[in-house]
Design a protein around this ligand. Structure first.
Ligand code: GLA
Length: 381
């Protein structure tokens, strides 16, 4: 029985901040913080260990072995701890011969590894694409792991990660994956947010229920802190993190926190726990957001529009540029005509207020790297 929810996954992943420096104490204290800070109640449920958790070689029976120096109590005990907190446990492997950080990966061990994961109580598998044999198509490798996961006796969310390579959009849904990384690796700076997000504009038809386009883990709250100097590059302002979160949410990306949740500022908590933004991400129909470019500044200013299951729309007016820009959305562009007396009443998801009903459109001057995120309801005007 498939008990995996059809909306984007939410949780925390160790990679962005900790990379190779992971151990069971980090995982336990992060799970504790998810519960005590209210993140679990806000919807974050998966606690995921990324790369570097195993020994560099498989055991004598070909099994993956958790590194006893990092996980002395073993993975089953860690999973039990995480489950005891009302959370779910995720782990990482790779479709190639080695993982991206050069640990053993699952090529030709798919069924064996899925059984190992199930015996530990794993609920989520991130599945990477490094060291992939060139002669075997990616869709075959993801189908293989899907077959293994679907038959291991436990529901395991299958989070594919091939960075948008090999036209993944065209085949990923057929593999059974629940999400697919559509972008390369994120870095903790605005340039990376802009580059990753813009690379997915126009590809919104490929995301949807049970197979979401994953724009990569969130950098919200990292503030340049990471064990990984390539990711740490720069940091963002709180405003930039809000824009990043708004964009990932409206696009329908999984929301996997990447900062150290045990040391979050109030601004970071407020961003990550904004219920109105999360509700847009978790909308039951899971439609992708399309882009309405700003007519006089189309490269930098735009409104992303996501049709919602209640008949309304989420609208994110964003300015990627370095100078303030006008952003205006004509409701004509989203299917509403004032000649037929239809307009939108707008609720601001960051100030949490209704700002009124509008007939033909809405315009504002948006600060650099900022956005406004609205929930719009169709009204008679
Ligand atoms: C790849 C993935 C990252 C991370 C690392 C781990 O680069 O895209 O998200 O999992 O591998 O080595």
């Amino acid at each position: 029985m498939n008990t995996i929810k059809h909306t984007p996954a939410m949780g925390w992943n160790s990679w962005n901040t900790f990379s190779e420096k992971i151990d069971e104490e980090l995982l336990r204290s992060s799970a504790d913080a998810i519960v005590s800070l209210g993140l679990r109640d806000a919807g974050y449920e998966y606690v995921v260990i990324d790369d570097c958790w195993s020994l560099k070689r498989r055991g004598s029976k070909g099994d993956l072995v958790a590194d006893p120096a990092k996980f002395p109590s073993g993975m089953k005990a860690l999973a039990d701890y995480i489950h005891g907190k009302g959370l779910k446990f995720g782990i990482y492997s790779c479709a190639g011969t080695r993982t991206c950080a050069d640990y053993p990966a699952s090529f030709e061990h798919e069924f064996q590894d899925a059984e190992t994961f199930a015996s530990w109580g794993v609920d989520y598998l991130k599945y990477d694409y490094c060291f992939k044999p060139a002669g075997i198509p990616g869709n075959v490798l993801y189908r293989r792991m899907n077959a293994a996961l679907r038959n291991c006796g436990r529901p395991i969310l299958f989070s594919a990660c091939n960075w948008g390579a090999d036209n993944v959009y065209e085949w990923i849904r057929t593999t059974g994956a629940h999400s697919f990384r559509s972008t390369g690796d994120i870095q903790d700076n605005w340039t990376s947010v802009e580059k990753l997000f813009k690379s997915q504009i126009g590809k919104e038809p490929y995301t949807g229920a049970y197979c979401h386009s994953d724009l990569d883990m969130l950098i919200v709250g990292m503030k340049g802190r990471s064990e990984n100097s390539w990711i740490a590059l720069g940091g963002c302002t709180d405003e930039e993190y809000r824009t990043h979160f708004s964009l990932w949410a409206i696009y329908g990306s999984p929301l996997m926190i990447g900062c150290d949740i045990r040391n979050m500022s109030d601004a970071t908590k407020e961003t990550l726990m904004n219920k109105d933004v999360i509700a847009i991400n978790q909308d039951a129909e899971c439609r992708g957001a399309y882009c309405v470019p700003q007519w006089n500044n189309p490269e930098q200013a735009m409104t992303m529009v996501k049709p919602l299951s209640d008949g309304g729309y989420a609208l994110c007016m964003v300015n990627f540029g370095d100078a303030p820009s006008q952003v205006s959305v004509q409701f004509w562009d989203i299917g509403l005509t004032s000649s037929q007396h239809k307009g939108l009443s707008l609720y601001d998801c960051w100030s949490h207020e209704d700002i009124g009903a509008f007939a033909d459109g809405y315009a504002d001057t948006i600060a650099p790297h900022a956005c406004r995120l609205f929930r719009g309801k169709v009204v008679d005007i």
